[in-house]
Design a protein around this ligand. Structure first.
Ligand code: SF4
Length: 319
C-alpha cells in the first residue's frame, strides 16, 4: 500500500518466506481443495461473511445465533462508524487518484495533490453519509465532528503519499505513460471482490488490499485483537479456491489517528497464513454452520468482553 515502506515490506516478507520454508503449508489446507475435507464446507447453501466468522469477540459464538437465528443486528457504535468511514476514505483516495491522473488533467503528483486536496470536504461528507446508510443510523453531532476530523486527516495524508509516489515514479521513469506510472506508484487493487462460496463464504467478499507478493492485507481502525488474523485467513482460502494461486502471507494494518496531531499512524502485524490459522478458521466456519443449522442458542461464554458489539443486548438478558 502506498503509505507502507516498500523496503520494510520486502524485509518482512523475506523473514516470512523463511518461516514457510521451515514449516510449509499443507496441501489439504489450500483453498483450491474445496471439494474435499477439511476445506469442503458442510453446506454450500449457508454462506458466511469473513468478518462474521473472524471477529471472535464471542467464544461461544452466540453472536452468530443472535444475527442468523434471531435476526438481531448489533447496535451501531462510533467504532463501527470509524471502520466504515476510514475504509471508504482509503478506497476513495485510490480511486480518485487513479481517475484524476488518467484523465490527463494533471502532469505531476504535486498538481494532483492540489486537485485532490480541494475535494477533501466532499469526499469526507460522502464517507460520513455512506457510513450512516450502512449503519442505518444518524450520528450525534459530537461523534460526527470527531469522525470528520479523523477522516479528513486520513484523506489528506493518503493524498500526499499517493502524490509523492507518483512524482517518484515520474522522476524515475520520465518517458512512461499514465498507465505505467499508476502501476508503479499505487497498489493495483483495494477492496478486491472475491467469490468465497466454494469454501462456504459469501459470494461477494471484499479484500482490503491484495498484493502481487501472494499476500493480502486487512485494514483495522480499532484496538489490536488476537483473532484479527482469521479475517486474512478466510480471504486467503477464498482467493485460493477462486484463482488456484497460493496466498501465503497476511498483514494487518492498524490505523490510528490522534486528533491533536492530524497525522495517522500505522502499526503492522505480519504473519504466515499457515496450517494452524487455516484449521482454526475452518473449525469456526463449521461450528457456525452447526449453530445455524440446528438453531439452538449456544449460551453465553464464561466471560463477555465489554467491547463485544452485542454486549448491551446480551447483558440485558432479554434474548
Ligand atoms: S455479549 Fe457475550 S454472549 Fe453476547 S455475543 Fe458478546 S460475548 Fe457472546
Amino acid at each position: 500500500m502506498f503509505f507502507l515502506d516498500r523496503l520494510d515490506l520486502d524485509r518482512r516478507f523475506r523473514l516470512l518466506r523463511k518461516e514457510i520454508e521451515a514449516k510449509g503449508i499443507s496441501e489439504e489446507l489450500r483453498g483450491w481443495n474445496f471439494d474435499s475435507p477439511p476445506i469442503e464446507p458442510l453446506s454450500r447453501s449457508i454462506l458466511f461473511g469473513v468478518g462474521e466468522l473472524a471477529m471472535r469477540y464471542c467464544e461461544s459464538m452466540r453472536d452468530i445465533y443472535l444475527r442468523r437465528i434471531l435476526n438481531i443486528k448489533p447496535p451501531p457504535t462510533i467504532k463501527m462508524a470509524r471502520g466504515i468511514a476510514l475504509h471508504s476514505i482509503s478506497r476513495e483516495v485510490l480511486n480518485a487518484a487513479k481517475r484524476s491522473f488518467f484523465s490527463g488533467n494533471y502532469r505531476s503528483g504535486s498538481e494532483l495533490a492540489e486537485g485532490l486536496l480541494s475535494l477533501t470536504h466532499g469526499i469526507v461528507d460522502k464517507a460520513i453519509s455512506e457510513t450512516e446508510n450502512v449503519l442505518s443510523s444518524k450520528m450525534g453531532e459530537v461523534e460526527e465532528y470527531q469522525l470528520k476530523v479523523e477522516a479528513t486527516a486520513l484523506y489528506r495524508f493518503l493524498v500526499i503519499q499517493a502524490a509523492a509516489r507518483i512524482d517518484q515514479a515520474i522522476s524515475k521513469y520520465p518517458h512512461s505513460d499514465a498507465d505505467s506510472i499508476i502501476n508503479v506508484a499505487l497498489p493495483p487493487v483495494v477492496e478486491r471482490k472475491v467469490d468465497g462460496s466454494l469454501v462456504g463464504l459469501s459470494r461477494e467478499l471484499s479484500v482490503d488490499i491484495y498484493t502481487p507478493f501472494n499476500a493480502l492485507a486487512d485494514l483495522k481502525t480499532g484496538e489490536v485483537r488476537e483473532f484479527h488474523p482469521y479475517a486474512a485467513t478466510g480471504y486467503a482460502l477464498a482467493i485460493e479456491a477462486e484463482e488456484g494461486t497460493p496466498v501465503d502471507f497476511g498483514f494487518i494494518v492498524y490505523i490510528q489517528i490522534l486528533t491533536h496531531r492530524l497525522v495517522p499512524s500505522f502499526r503492522l502485524r505480519y504473519f504466515v497464513i499457515g496450517d494452524e490459522l487455516r484449521r482454526e478458521f475452518l473449525e469456526l466456519r463449521d461450528e457456525a454452520y452447526e449453530i445455524v443449522s440446528i438453531g439452538k442458542d449456544p449460551g453465553r461464554p464464561p466471560r463477555c468482553p465489554s467491547y463485544c458489539p452485542y454486549y448491551t443486548i446480551c447483558t440485558r438478558e432479554k434474548c
